[in-house]
Design a binder for this molecule. Sequence first.
Ligand SMILES: [Zn+2]
Length: 264
Amino acid sequence: MASATSRSTQNRLLAALPRAALERYFSELRPVSLIQRQVLYEPGAPLTHVYFVNEGVVSILTKMADATTIEVGMIGIEGAVGTAALLGGETSSQQALVQVAGSALRMNAAECKAAFDQSPAVRAVMMRFIEALFDLSAQTVACNRLHTIEQRCARWLMMARDRLQDDIMPMTHEFLASMLGVRRAGVTETAGELQRSGLIRYHHGRLTIIDREGLEATACECYRIDHNLFMRVCDAGQLGLQEKIKSFVRTRTKNAPRPKHVEV
Ligand SMILES: [Zn+2]
């Protein structure tokens, strides 16, 4: 079985971890597919696993008694699903729904919590993401109440684009309406306006962002705030990747100084 470090790891949390911590605590990561509309967690379900997203987008949705939903968080390569388990949570408070298919590396929640409890490096990386997710939820509450459907729609598309790193994404009006907590007719009208303005193209369930700058200008201020949070987590992961590459090169160089033992 290949180790976690030898697998293709797009996930920025895993990338941000020191190699030693990754090898010591995350050897049990297993690749899983994320299928569109797959529910990873229903509200009240036991938090059995943590999913480190490698590709795709997972929405965190608050579900009302009448089954209507509204998105309160979005997770892609910058994060993980099920992190409430690290803080001692036993069940999911929200629904976690795969909205764009992809893949993840999954591990047992109890083992992930043990790594979180024992390793300062794991704790620092995970807490940075959990804080960003908390900030995103708080911003989304204000956004849902104060900003127009057009602003929110543009914001949502740009957020999804950041996480997918792609201008093309599968999308239906019904799905976007349930994310934004509005009627389908409202989304159809808004998407039509964005399309007429030349910002997006929508065809047979596939949405393409044509004018990224224009779409960002249409989005409310909440997108920029989310983008900064997203980049803060991703940049740490990027630095981690660079460090791993450097460390790999060092270990391949004869007479290279041996790294000192550090607690990971
Ligand atoms: Zn907003």
